[in-house]
Design a protein. Structure first.
Ligand code: FAD
Length: 422
């Protein structure tokens, strides 16, 4: 990283940023800006990616400001859901299995150190497979190679363990007993709190699309500008704005990120029915039908969601009310696979968005025209779990200036979708 680390000082009579924001009361605490108004790194977007990147850089001794329009883990963001699955299996995409393994340890550490044990729920994850199932076969091989605890279960064993599931055409499965799910928005907020505890500034403001030119100098971005006209200066800028990335960089990313509408449903169990709660049933995925689900966590309902990509959406204008068509599909599946839930009511729902790259590999790269700007996103419906590993990776590339793995570069992001990461 080229910028030098400067001492973080509380400004007296701070410049536009500190004074303006203090008077509007938008900072969580008294403004602490550097005397010259400059941070080492400004991270835009406090979803799971931005939160962990900010955390890792601040831990490494950088001065960081984390800016978000609506707050960490807000309901509009992709990280703002109740729960997100963390599994180690990824077919033959070993890099994501490795990242999941790394991330799981960091999430557990966060849960321990923040005193919020509930953030990670070790419910187990069940990969349901049909007779011929290349994805699950490849997953089993990768888990074996990496030494991830897992078991292959045949039909009779599945029925004995989880009699509340009608396995239908499913003939075998892989069970990852030490995987589970994260309580997503709480987890993101906990990461941001830790980053703040280490000295990171958190700022509530919407950042305008960046551009070299008036605000930039010779291929570098000079400052962020916010809706209110504040200027935030830093040596390096990281944009981790999830489904908003295409709007911030329309020319570079407009055609390379596919933001899709995704619907989530929570079903209520019959009175007295406990077999769909955490501890009684694992997270499960039936990729052949592009559907997955999570056990009821603290009475919020048995979650089901379609993993297939919905229609394109704009995160600012998307109607966040589920459609009757998807509701019917989910209820039909639930009644078939979980007979005790036939006729169960929908007790909650959410509409969120995936930010898909052409094949599902994340985007981590410098902007082609602004050398001090990083673009990080393309979570592609599977990014949450990886937050800690991705944060470490991005922070390391910013620090060492080294090349990123080609799979993450802009150059490998096509304008036509061909999903390869599940
Ligand atoms: C329904 C659903 C289910 C999913 N299930 C899983 C799962 O089970 N497991 C898993 O690992 N992953 C899952 N994912 C994917 C995962 O949630 C995402 O990959 C991840 O949350 C993306 O995080 P992010 O930080 O890139 O984006 P976001 O969380 O969307 O964060 C972007 C942030 O940027 C801010 N922002 C945007 N524009 C600006 C601006 N101009 N100025 C300031 N701030 C701005 C926003 O307010 C937002 O907080 C799921 C996603 C969805 C939608």
């Amino acid at each position: 990283m080229k910028t030098t680390r400067r001492k973080f000082l509380t400004a007296v009579g701070a410049g536009a940023l500190g004074a303006g924001l203090a008077s509007k009361g938008v900072l969580g605490k008294a403004p602490a800006v550097q005397r010259d108004g400059t941070f080492d790194v400004a991270v835009v977007g406090a979803g799971v990616f931005g939160a962990w990147i900010a955390h890792e850089l601040q831990s490494a001794g950088r001065s960081v400001v984390l800016v978000d329009a609506y707050g960490a883990g807000n309901a509009r963001s992709s990280s703002g859901g109740q729960t997100r699955v963390i599994r180690m299996g990824y077919g033959d995409k070993e890099i994501y299995s490795r990242w999941s393994m790394r991330a799981l340890g960091r999430w557990q550490e966060l849960a321990r150190r923040s005193g919020r044990a509930h953030l990670f729920q070790e419910s187990g994850v069940l990969w349901m497979a049909r007779e011929r199932d290349p994805l699950t076969v490849a997953t089993a091989k990768t888990l074996e190679r990496l030494g991830v605890p897992h078991e292959r279960l045949e039909r009779a064993e599945l029925e004995a363990r989880w009699p509340q599931i009608d396995f239908g055409p499913i003939t075998w499965a892989i069970h990852e007993p030490e995987s589970g799910f994260l309580v997503a928005f709480h987890a993101v907020q906990a990461v941001v709190q830790r980053a703040q505890g280490l000295g990171a500034e958190v700022l509530a403001a919407r950042v305008a699309p960046p551009a070299p030119g008036p605000a930039g100098q010779g291929g570098r971005l000079a400052a962020l500008t916010t809706d209110r006209g504040d200027r935030v200066r830093a040596g390096t800028y990281v944009f981790a704005c999830g489904p908003w990335m295409g709007k911030l960089f329309p020319e570079v990313l407009g055609e390379r990120l596919f933001t899709s509408r995704q619907e989530v449903f929570y079903l209520g169990s019959p009175p007295g029915e406990r077999r769909f709660e955490v501890g009684s049933i694992p997270v499960w995925a039936d990729f052949s039908e592009e559907i997955y689900g999570l056990p009821d966590f603290r009475g919020r309902g048995f979650k089901l969601a379609i993993d297939g990509h919905g229609p394109p959406v704009d995160p600012d204008t998307v109607e966040r009310i589920v459609t009757p068509e998807t509701a019917r599909r989910v209820l039909e599946y639930a009644g078939r696979r979980f007979p005790a839930l036939k006729g169960s009511p929908i007790v909650g729902s959410a509409v969120c968005q995936y930010t898909n790259t052409s094949n599902g590999d994340f985007l981590i790269d410098r902007h082609p025209e602004m050398e001090n700007v990083w673009m990080v996103g393309g979570g592609s419906g599977h990014g949450f779990k990886h937050g800690p590993a991705l944060g470490e990776y991005v922070a390391a590339r910013i620090e060492d200036g080294g090349p990123v793995d080609p799979r993450f570069t802009l150059a490998t992001k096509e304008a036509v979708q061909n999903r390869a990461v599940y």
